[in-house]
Write a protein that binds this ligand. Sequence first.
Ligand SMILES: Nc1nc2c(ncn2[C@@H]2O[C@H](COP(=O)(O)OP(=O)(O)O)[C@@H](O)[C@H]2O)c(=O)[nH]1
Ligand SMILES: [Mg+2]
Length: 202
Amino acid sequence: MTKVLLVSGFLGSGKTTLIKSLAEYFSANNVKSALIINEIGEIGIDNKYMKRLGYNLWELFGGCICCTLASGLVDTMEQLKEYEPEVVMIEPSGGADPKTTIDALVDMDIERKDIVNFFLLDTTRLEMFMAVLQPLLQSSINEADVVLINKTELTEENTFHEALRIVREIKPEVPTVKTRRDNLIDEEMAGLVNKFLTKEGD
Ligand SMILES: Nc1nc2c(ncn2[C@@H]2O[C@H](COP(=O)(O)OP(=O)(O)O)[C@@H](O)[C@H]2O)c(=O)[nH]1
Ligand SMILES: [Mg+2]
């Protein structure tokens, strides 16, 4: 059964960066993965590592398949089936509500327990989110299965605690992870990802 790892968050929060790190992590651990991103240019991987498999479909390092959302989520998921990925990572198009993507996946007969939604909260822009994006922040955290409090190497410890407080106020029970670019897939993240992949019901 394919698992779906949705990476949500506002524009510039680090979604593509995380997806790339996860793709490398999966490849190093022999987990067959696929990624669905908005634009191929976004991942910035040298063309020499990519073999085009067809319209909007590329093979990256380690057999990881990469594709764009150009032909829509349903068609893209259908195209990926023949590669039998264990995990499909999706970066929803900018500004999209993750709930829309989750509902679309459930409509494709993927069970909710086989979907995990990682929401990235960028600590460098907390004030702006609170000032102008609060309703979206609220609904995004409500929909999240895990909140990654990100870019923490750029902010003070008290900003991290403020982020944590905001998350706890909206969804007290949601697991949180403190992340930074130079150490995205640390032991804690790897543990979370592996727990999801091996969850019963495979
Ligand atoms: N310092 C720092 N920069 C990050 C981190 N994660 C992402 N970035 C940078 O933030 C910018 C936006 O990241 P990207 O992954 O493209 O965000 P997306 O729009 O959510 O896909 C890029 O310049 C990344 O290099 C992080 O943890 N720390
Ligand atoms: Mg992106």
